[in-house]
Design a binder for this molecule. Structure first.
Ligand SMILES: [Zn+2]
Length: 341
């Protein structure tokens, strides 16, 4: 998808005022979405024929070959929502034009939405579209490590606060696997993040195999959980300096920088209010932003987000609220937690 270079002002708006001109109506948004979803022309979801569709009322598209009726939003994250496309698009623009992203409350305020729930669901649907399933593997030298988010049960009510229950309550560690391309001397390439059950061989080795190219060099600390990487056919470069007191951030500067940026972002933009069921979504958004941090234009991020949303599979509100399909929630975690600063 990244092979066609989109052009500012032609493929995506350059400014908010241009955005408003382009997307003044739901019809204009639908036409844009259609272009991104089917760049080579409408492809019937029922029979696969590529042909100009017939058009009926309310944006319905009719396949000329099999008469199947569909729409540009059917089968995407925009499917079956009552939120107008104009609001979706404005949310995508706001989400991508803010360097650090936006909280649901912030989005609700700026778009003047009646419900917090709507803003929250919009953001989570977009996060689902932020990481493409067909993304490339990491190449070159790749640092791999685990980091931990310390989640703490959020105290409710004054009594808990008075009793000092905010402190010393149960803390839970959430393990996150981190892989980042390092470009010497001080640069970083792309990143991959994933919640794992714990820092174990069973969690780390599949993570590395799934995200790191077979010809890459994997740089880790000296932990034995990385020993099997060599047996798995990867070039493994464990950073163990005998007798050295070099701190970990000197040995693996990339992953430590990443972990601290991630925590700062969760505490800053999202005020540390991270539900453990949704940690994966936040990791996806962080990855999207980090990997596109050098994009010259924020409009380009908007373009990529809408483009990926146009092909991402639909999710329901209940899907998002309860869990991620296909992903287990972390075991033994309380419902309401916050990230420890
Ligand atoms: Zn058809």
């Amino acid at each position: 998808m990244d092979d066609i270079k989109p052009v500012a002002g032609r493929d995506y708006p350059r400014t908010w005022s241009e955005f408003q001109d382009w997307f003044a109506s739901d019809e204009a948004c639908a036409a844009y979405l259609e272009q991104l979803r089917w760049p080579n022309g409408f492809c019937c979801p029922a029979c696969g024929v590529v042909d100009t569709p017939g058009r009926a009322t309310r944006g319905r598209l009719i396949c000329r070959a099999c008469r199947h009726q569909s729409s540009v939003t059917a089968g995407t994250i925009f499917d079956k929502t009552r939120t107008p496309l104009r609001v979706w698009f404005a949310a995508a623009w706001y989400l991508t034009s803010q360097k650090q992203g936006v909280s649901a409350l912030g989005l609700q305020r700026v778009l003047g939405l009646n419900s917090y729930q709507t803003a929250w669901a919009l953001l989570h649907r977009f996060r689902r579209a932020m990481v493409r399933p067909d993304r490339d593997l990491l190449h070159g030298t790749v640092e791999v490590d685990e980091t931990f988010l310390t989640l703490k049960r959020r105290a409710t009510g004054r009594r808990a606060a008075a009793k000092g229950k905010t402190r010393g309550g149960t803390s839970h560690l959430l393990a996150i696997a981190v892989a980042v391309e390092v470009h010497p001397p001080k640069g970083f390439g792309r990143v991959r993040l994933r919640r794992i059950e714990g820092p174990t061989i069973d969690a780390i080795v599949p993570f590395v195999r799934e995200h790191v190219a077979p010809d890459a060099t994997v740089r880790t600390d000296g932990s034995p959980i990385y020993y099997p990487l060599q047996a798995a056919g990867l070039a493994h470069d464990p950073r163990v300096i005998l007798g050295s007191k070099a701190p970990a951030h000197k040995l693996l500067p990339g992953v430590h920088r990443l972990a601290s940026l991630l925590k700062r972002w969760l505490l800053g933009t999202h005020h540390g209010a991270v539900h453990p069921h949704h940690v994966d979504s936040y990791l996806d958004e962080f990855t999207f932003r980090f990997n596109r941090r050098s994009s010259r234009s924020r409009g380009m991020l908007f373009y990529r987000l809408i483009q990926q949303a146009a092909v991402a599979r639909p999710v329901t509100y209940v899907n998002i609220r309860d869990n991620q399909p296909g992903q287990r929630p972390p075991r033994g975690l309380p419902g309401l937690v916050e990230l420890n600063g």
